[in-house]
Design a protein around this ligand. Structure first.
Ligand SMILES: Cc1cc2nc3c(=O)[nH]c(=O)nc-3n(C[C@H](O)[C@H](O)[C@H](O)COP(=O)(O)OP(=O)(O)OC[C@H]3O[C@@H](n4cnc5c(N)ncnc54)[C@H](O)[C@@H]3O)c2cc1C
Length: 480
């Protein structure tokens, strides 16, 4: 439901359709590869108002709202922004989103809200993502948003994992009046917002501002606590928690099976590489504090967003030749086009239909080259994606002193193994009986985010956490 229905607005839609499109302003390539700061130049209030005035206010429900997994009321926000009512616009996002300042930056807008904007058929879409980030930044400076607290219910809920799913569940439970404790295996909260997504996409200061809101709302935080090893889910119930939410993500790097040389110095897994190059020392787990030595010639193996993040990080660390090796073609790449475009602008090269088969050490014992084989596209697999097939006798060598494996992620099976009656599937993904509630096979245990779906998006994990919070609230009230 739009707060400000487009049908009632007296606007000249033809005039809006014919307005010229101006894309986002980016820092120059030379400047941005010299640091890890945000790539996009923020809007001025005047630019934000002008951008929002491109919205033609489609009838309710608008395509952008439907395409947003959180169903943000984007048209109403656009109307308020157009009039300079930025704090009110920020309030519109708070109604449906726990992490609007983050989603405004990291969502693949071109595939979601912005991609569905009817203005794509004319000059270009309304820049909804950047406008969301703008109003939240404006609100942070000019107003003081606090997570509203509900009337105390007397219930305590344990949340395992402080990523987008766990955070969203926590934020909603606070509003329902429940006490929340988040158990997190790492030293800091944030999940992949801190220990994955690089600063040039999501400045850590934005995360720090967000986390302060949770602390101010009274969330209890237990860092460095690995549930399934340090304590079990059963222990949490014994300690008096009435319900448990599992939001542990899917963060185990996929391995490169049957490929000799992955243990050679200079070959890194993507998570290890990104964490050790992007996160400040004090927030690093003890086993990740040693600095990574990145060479001049870097190859990144994989085709997702993580691969783009690794390419762009290597370029910022001074590597001169940074190449992505991918076994299919660009058409089959799962990663977002926007990140790939930025990586290319910054100097990344792509080698398609290329599969590494061996990592080769030089005389100093460190990586010197990657032996590869050419691939061709064969028949489609079960998902309709054409399978890569090796071309016989097509081996060739790529000189490289650093290789980063960005091959995807698997769930950690530990909670399935240590929690009686908790059903899992596919190497440890948690089975939920109903995705609209996140209820698992174990009464009182709910789950959502990447540990249920496999690797996905910040916004989808956040939505799952919010839905589970509503179901936990219902469960606790019915249990009384
Ligand atoms: C490099 C990279 C870049 C990405 N870029 C984007 C992007 O630009 N846009 C986008 O929308 N998505 C992006 N994603 C995906 C997105 O980050 C995830 O989909 C999202 O973070 C999932 O949220 P989550 O809460 O389910 O899990 P996570 O963010 O993974 O959080 C899970 C948390 O649980 C903790 N944990 C795990 N096991 C335990 C345990 N047993 N006990 C206690 N704590 C535990 C973990 O330490 C972690 O803090 C990216 C992912 C990666 C890897």
């Amino acid at each position: 439901m739009q707060a400000i229905p487009g049908e009632l607005l007296t606007i000249d839609r033809r005039d809006r359709v014919n307005k010229p499109f101006n894309d986002l302003d980016l820092r120059s390539v030379a400047e941005r590869i010299g640091d890890f700061e945000d790539v996009i130049l923020p809007f001025s209030p005047e630019r934000a108002m002008a951008e929002a005035s491109h919205c033609i206010h489609c009838p309710d429900p608008a395509a952008c709202t439907l395409a947003c997994p959180a169903h943000n009321d984007i048209p109403s926000a656009m109307w308020l922004i157009e009039q300079g009512r930025f704090v009110e616009a920020a309030e519109i996002y708070h109604k449906t989103s726990t992490l609007p300042e983050i989603c405004g930056r990291v969502c693949p807008h071109e595939a979601l809200c912005q991609g569905s904007c009817v203005q794509n058929k004319k000059a270009g879409p309304v820049l909804t993502g950047e406008l969301e980030a703008f109003v939240l930044d404006y609100e942070y400076i000019n107003s003081h948003y606090a997570i509203p607290k509900g009337r105390p219910s007397g219930n305590r809920v344990a949340i395992i994992g402080a990523g987008p799913a766990g955070l969203a569940c926590a934020e909603q439970l606070i509003q329902y009046g429940h006490e929340v404790t988040i158990f997190e295996s790492k030293p800091s909260a944030g999940g992949l917002l801190v220990y994955g997504i690089p600063n040039f996409k999501l400045p850590k200061k934005v995360w720090n501002q967000k986390w302060a809101q949770f602390i101010n709302a009274g969330v209890q935080f237990k860092p460095n606590t690995y549930i399934g090893k340090d304590e079990s889910v059963d222990d949490l119930f014994t300690h008096g928690y009435s319900a448990v939410f599992i939001g542990v993500g899917s963060e185990i790097d996929a391995k490169m099976e049957n490929t000799p040389g992955t243990d050679i110095p200079g070959v890194y897994e993507a998570t290890d590489f990104l964490i050790r190059t992007n996160v400040e020392q004090s927030l690093l787990p003890a086993n990740m504090r040693e600095r990574i030595e990145v060479g001049k010639r870097v190859v990144v193996i994989g085709g997702g967003d993580t691969a783009s993040d690794c390419l762009r990080t290597a370029l910022r660390l001074g590597s001169e030749e940074v190449t992505c090796l991918y076994r299919r073609t660009e058409k089959e790449m799962p990663g977002g086009k926007k990140d790939r475009k930025l990586a290319r602008q910054e100097g990344a090269k792509y080698k398609w239909l290329t599969q590494p088969v061996k990592f080769i050490a030089g005389p100093d014992g460190r990586l010197a080259a990657v032996e590869c084989i050419e691939m061709r596209l064969g028949d489609p697999d079960a998902k309709g994606r054409r399978k890569p097939v090796p071309v016989p006798d097509s081996n060739f060598s790529v000189a490289a002193d650093t290789a980063i494996l960005a091959l995807g992620y698997w769930p950690d099976p530990v909670l399935g193994k240590t929690t009686p009656d908790l059903e899992t599937h596919d190497w440890g993904l948690i089975t939920v009986k109903d995705s609209s509630t996140g209820a698992t096979s174990r009464p009182g245990v709910f789950s959502g985010g990447d540990c249920v779906t496999g690797p996905d998006l910040v916004v989808t994990a956040m939505v799952a956490g919010r839905k589970a919070a509503a179901a936990i609230d219902k469960y606790l009230r019915e249990k009384r």
